[in-house]
Design a protein around this ligand. Structure first.
Ligand code: NAD
Ligand code: DAU
Length: 339
């Protein structure tokens, strides 16, 4: 099988490439990535020389470049991870989220139609459903995105489903909860907490710190995506949840305890505008139709994750240059925290 993976230099995309190359050694992967601040070639160390792997630096919004890649490689399947993915950045600068997450996806959908791709798997998020106080979101829940990020992802989901209905494109969607694990850029909560704690730096905790996320270890998500790619039904949406709901304050305390760092590092700061209170996903459908359930408890996943970041301090240091650095200098000073 020949698969185009977009956004394969980011967090989940790179984990997925490692997962697929290990599980299906005969598959060929073509990784298309623009290498934004979040894309990191270091994440693919070890696979980049394999004959079954190709990397192409390109923007999914560039239809000429995309046509060239599709024409040359003629993929059987496309798995689309490429996106602007950080909610705080979408609040400060929404335009690029609309461009990549909506226009970019439309470009890939057009190419997939033109080159008769057999499966288009679009990677979406539980954030499209918005916040839920009690109970869990199913795939039939109404979409009520809160941030420019989640609104752009909801728009992309609607485009994917429209291409299934209107043009018969064989596409399907996964919506996962919050991932954590190796190679996650340290702007996201868990790697940010680990990174700051390792440096004895203040950890900004938004609002009252009681917001809840359902954490999934990234390898579990990769396994689920692989199953959906092979066994999922065209036109369907599959929720992928970790079934590990935790309050943010609980997550910070667990990490600080494991690193033997003091609670005085926690700095309560102004809340994120439009901050969703709780995410919770029903995974009954993927269990029933695909036979997948998550394997990793939060306790074992966070242990592995902390160990990975402690053992990869050069990787962490390398992420703290360029765009990351300038964004966070402004961001931290806005929060009243010095770097
Ligand atoms: P990430 O920000 O770590 O990686 C995104 C990758 O996409 C980067 O390598 C970046 O260079 C690339 N990219 C960005 N714009 C591009 C463009 N225009 N053309 C080509 N490449 C481009 O993101 P992630 O956390 O790995 O998320 C991957 C996907 O999964 C996203 O679609 C995101 O919405 C979704 N998702 C993420 C989570 C999570 O917890 N991280 C949860 C649910 C869904
Ligand atoms: O739910 C899936 C989504 O999870 C993905 O679609 C997004 O791409 C991904 O970024 C993530 O979004 P969140 O907004 O939930 O993740 P983030 O890591 O930014 O924040 C997790 C929680 O921690 C959230 O309640 C906000 C809080 N937080 C975050 C940061 C960065 C803090 O309290 N302090 C922080 O510094």
């Amino acid at each position: 099988m020949k698969i185009i993976v977009t956004g394969g230099c980011g967090f989940i995309g790179s984990n997925f490439i490692h997962y697929v190359m290990h599980k299906h050694p005969s598959y060929h992967i073509v990784n298309i990535d623009k290498l934004t601040y979040a894309g990191n070639l270091e994440n693919l160390k070890g696979v980049e020389r394999k004959s079954t792997y190709r990397f192409i630096k390109a923007d999914i919004c560039n239809s000429i470049a995309m046509k060239k890649v599709f024409d040359h490689y003629r993929p059987h399947a496309v798995v689309n991870f490429a996106a602007e993915s950080h909610v705080d950045r979408s609040i400060s600068a929404p335009a690029v989220f609309v461009k990549t997450n909506v226009l970019g996806v439309s470009t890939l959908l057009n190419c997939s139609l033109e080159y008769s791709v057999q499966k288009f798997l679009h990677i979406s998020t539980d954030e499209v459903y918005g916040s839920i106080q009690r109970g869990k979101f199913t795939e039939k829940s109404v979409l009520e995105p809160s941030s420019p990020y989640s609104a752009s992802k909801a728009a992309a989901d609607a485009m994917v489903l429209a291409y299934v209905k209107t043009y018969g494109l064989p596409a399907l969607i996964t919506r996962s909860s919050n991932n954590y694990g190796p190679f996650q850029f340290p702007e996201k909560f868990i790697p940010l907490v680990i990174n700051n704690a390792l440096k004895d730096k203040k950890i900004p905790l938004y609002g009252d710190g009681r917001n809840i996320r359902d954490w999934i270890y990234v390898e579990d998500n990769c396994e689920a995506i692989d199953h959906v790619l092979h066994k999922g039904r065209i036109g369907e949406i599959y929720n992928i949840g970790g079934q590990n709901e935790r309050e943010n304050i609980f997550v910070i305390r667990a990490i600080l305890k494991s690193l033997r760092k003091p609670a005085s590092l926690i700095a309560y700061v102004k809340d994120r505008p439009g901050h969703d209170r709780r995410y919770a996903l029903s995974i009954a459908k993927i269990k029933r139709h695909i036979g997948w359930t998550p394997r990793t408890s939060f306790e074992s996943g966070i242990k592995k994750t902390i160990h990975w970041y402690k053992s990869n301090t050069p990787w962490l240091r390398n992420t703290e240059t360029g765009a990351y650095r300038s964004f966070y200098t402004k961001y931290y000073s806005k929060m009243g925290l010095s770097e």
